[in-house]
Design a binder for this molecule. Structure first.
Ligand code: MIC
Ligand code: SF4
Length: 642
């Protein structure tokens, strides 16, 4: 039987475990990436492992999230990351050089390699044929140290594309269509593999727009084949030698095949507050728009920006719309300036923001009260923009510009504009001067790591033990995202390396007293609904609850990265055997988990609550059980080494 693409790359990197359904596969990792909001923790964890030099083929530290620097904290974190990177063999992409996923695609991604990044949108690199995973910082630290990265052997869904996109219908609309079909839970435990004739018509950045939003499906990864389009992109980036062709076997098997006819697609829009709340743009015609943002790791490539600029050229945005444009990288910005497209953007009345995540993570440019914001981004969770009552919609750059011009939600096809034809450049502008190489091993030994006062030690997990008696300090519903658990935004992000300070904001969106109550309780348990922990890879959504005394989370189901982060932190993620039992628990009551040690092996743990006994499921691999018994990944790694 032939192999699909995901299986081929997994097989080529398998260093332990197995590839059968239900098994855990241990993978050798070729490359890692970190960004600054998760990077400080990842490097503190890496340092605690006592390894001198990274063992990967390439590790890159990006600064793209916390670039506001409204106090000393972010700048101190940047200096820490820069110094730790130089010492330990990691390349450092300076602030302003661009968003990690965009820069990695342009300058470092290699088809057929594995990549683990401390950011959930790491699968963006699947646009180049990499098998890339978003993970918590601890997993990235272990991978940098040469340890394996573990995935539950995924099922693979093939999405077969036929036809070609019509004018003003874009790769973003393909991302939204698959979200409409599969929902934010539909990719859990799966790799999404893109194929079919239609693939040839999509450029690498367009493919990356699609793999990027694999994260919103909850997928383990998302990947395109590597073909002549990939070769042309790498050649234009001066990296043709990184090219190798990659395709599934003709008789490869898939769990399911979904067919999408590109010529039948139309512009789509995700409505507040979920990326899968998708309808045709034309259904919302006339809804007044206050703000439009173009950028983020989903839609900030040169082609995205040039198409937006072409639509803006010679036109003015509506007086009632505030519009931002953040190019994905210095390369993109510089090429926009060289070809004059930047002037067209500026002349239209749009504001230029720096090459960083910016408004996507609430780092400035928050909408007005109750404002309607159309964004080319990937997430529209409630409050993420920094304005609690804003209504954020997700769209393509073309729909965003059309709406900015008219001041209301507008299908770009309705403007009667000529179709935009922009060729991918034969060569991109190459300047890696904003990427600082690591020191050689001799020089590295003498280098000092610079730590500012904002960098505090991270909390260490403790063994789960045989019983946990704790209060149910918080009960939440379905689809709780890590933006609920550990919100981001300009006020909070500066404390990503300061867990005690960060803890005051934990779950504040759901219950402003949570941090206070959890601290007072000493030890506590959280109860959640389905898809608990969806969204980002931030391990802070596990480390901060750990700091506040959370010992277990009981949910109807978990998102992949968050469940892994809980185990890495030594917190028990348990699910209800009967989801109806969720309704029997009350916030504030006392809970007892007993027989944990035997339960880890039998797969069943008993919860005693006010309503009686409830059976909980704990389907862990041997490695996960060992981690929980040791009190988390770092303790487990240290024990394994000693
Ligand atoms: C996000 O888009 O939510 C983030 C901010 O990039 C996160 C990482 C973080 O919280 O630092 C992610 O996607 O993993
Ligand atoms: Fe940055 Fe937004 Fe992409 Fe996260 S989703 S990496 S915040 S641009």
């Amino acid at each position: 039987m032939g192999r699909n693409l995901a299986e081929k790359i997994i097989a080529a990197h398998l260093v332990g475990g197995g590839m059968e359904p239900g098994q855990e596969a241990a993978l050798r990792i070729d490359q890692t990436l970190t960004q600054d909001a998760t990077g400080t923790m990842a490097y503190l964890e890496f340092e605690s492992m006592g390894i001198e030099r990274v063992k990967t083929r390439r590790s890159v530290a990006y600064i793209d999230h916390n670039t506001l620097q409204s106090g000393f904290e972010n700048a101190d974190d940047h200096r820490y990351i820069q110094s730790v990177a130089k010492k330990h063999g990691i390349w450092f992409s300076r602030p302003g050089n661009g968003i990690c996923h965009q820069v990695h695609l342009e300058r470092f991604g290699v088809p057929g390699m594995t990549l683990v990044g401390s950011d959930s949108h790491t699968p963006t690199a699947g646009g180049l044929g990499m098998l890339a995973f978003g993970a918590g910082g601890m997993d990235v630290a272990v991978a940098m140290g040469g340890g394996a990265y573990y995935i539950n052997m995924p099922k693979v869904i093939k999405v077969e594309l036929s036809g070609a996109l019509r004018p003003f219908v874009t790769a973003k609309d393909i991302s939204l269509e698959i979200l409409r079909i599969l929902s934010v839970k539909g990719g859990v435990g799966r790799v999404i593999e893109w194929g079919g004739e239609g693939v040839k018509s999509l450029s690498v950045p367009e493919r990356a727009t699609i793999t990027n939003m694999g994260a919103e499906l909850g997928a383990t990864s998302s990947i395109f084949p590597s073909d002549e389009v990939t070769r042309a992109f790498l050649k234009a980036q001066g990296r043709e030698t990184d090219y190798s062709p990659l395709a599934p076997d003709p008789d490869a098997e898939y769990e399911r095949v979904i067919k999408i006819d590109l010529s039948a697609l139309e512009p789509l829009i995700a409505c507040p507050h979920m990326p899968d709340n998708v309808v045709p743009v034309k259904n919302l015609r006339g809804v007044k728009v206050d703000q439009v943002c173009i950028g983020s790791c989903t839609n900030s490539s040169l082609m995205d920006m040039r198409k937006a600029a072409a639509m803006l050229k010679g036109r003015r945005i509506s007086d009632t719309v505030s519009m931002s444009v953040s190019p994905g990288s210095r390369q993109v910005l510089s090429m926009l300036a060289d070809c004059g497209a930047l002037s067209d953007i500026l002349a239209s009345g749009a504001r230029l923001l720096e090459c960083a995540c910016g408004p996507c993570i609430g780092m400035g440019f928050s909408p007005n009260s109750g404002g309607v914001s159309l964004r080319t981004f990937n997430r529209n969770f409630e409050g993420r923009s920094g304005t609690a009552d804003a209504k954020v919609y997700l769209v393509s750059p073309e729909t965003a510009v059309a709406s900015a011009l008219t001041g209301e939600i507008t299908d770009p096809r309705s403007l009667g504009l000529e179709p935009i034809e922009i060729e991918m450049p034969a060569s991109f502008k190459l300047d890696d001067s904003a990427v600082i190489p690591p020191a050689g091993p001799d020089e590295a030994a003498a280098l000092e790591v610079l730590r500012g006062p904002n960098i505090k030690p991270f909390p260490e997990g403790k063994p789960v033990g045989d019983s946990i008696s704790a209060s149910l300090t918080l009960k939440v519903g379905d689809n709780i995202s890590t933006d609920h658990i550990m919100p981001a935004g300009a006020k909070i992000l500066p404390y990503r390396s300061n867990i005690p300070r960060l803890s005051a904001f934990c779950f504040a969106v759901c219950d402003k007293d949570f941090a206070k109550n959890a601290k007072a309780a000493g030890e506590s348990i959280i109860v959640g609904g389905a898809n608990y922990g969806q969204g980002s890879s931030r391990e802070h959504a596990a480390l901060v609850p750990l700091y506040l005394g959370v010992r277990a989370v009981i949910a109807v189901s978990f998102a992949r990265i968050h469940a892994a982060n809980l185990i890495n932190a030594g917190i028990l993620p348990l699910t209800f055997q009967d989801p109806a039992d969720y309704g029997r628990l009350e916030q504030g009551e006392r809970l007892l988990l007993s027989g944990i040690d035997a339960g880890l092996d039998s797969g069943e743990i008993t919860l005693t609550a006010a309503c009686g006994e409830i059976k909980l499921r704990c389907a862990f691999t041997e490695r996960q059980k060992a981690m929980l018994r040791a009190g988390g990944l770092l303790n487990y790694t240290r024990e394994a080494r000693d």
